[in-house]
Design a protein around this ligand. Sequence first.
Ligand code: ZN
Length: 153
Amino acid sequence: MNKREERFIVDAMLGNIVTWLRILGYDTIYWNGDDGGLIEKALKEDRIILTMDRELALNAIRNGLETFYILKNDSPEVLAELAERYGIELHFDPNMTRCPVCNAPLKFMNDKPREEWMCPNCGKRYWKGSHWKNIVKTIKDAEEKLIKLRGSI
Ligand SMILES: [Zn+2]
């Protein structure tokens, strides 16, 4: 079983990608500060940098950091590229999911009538509601794009 070992740090332009990586179970920091701080944190915590900022990407690469420079902020496409490049799992497992808001691993609540998860950090609750279909759809789109990516090599 994949343990979701890759960790990421993502620049402020890519908030949607942060949410998706957390939903898929990856420890992901959303960075709002300066470039130097981002590079320092990536170095210290061994995180892969995702950015749309060319200058930041070049700077990070010069510092020997694993960096993925994103040209187009399209969630399924970026997820497919991350799967191809880093082997991230395009598989939604609610028991692996991290809180999309604060990145803490969710806790399954086994005392509820419906399947429900709670974030032990911010207290937000999650269940299979109307957003569920969107999650499944985006992940399916990403899988299809990955197949196309692999087919074109
Ligand atoms: Zn939370």
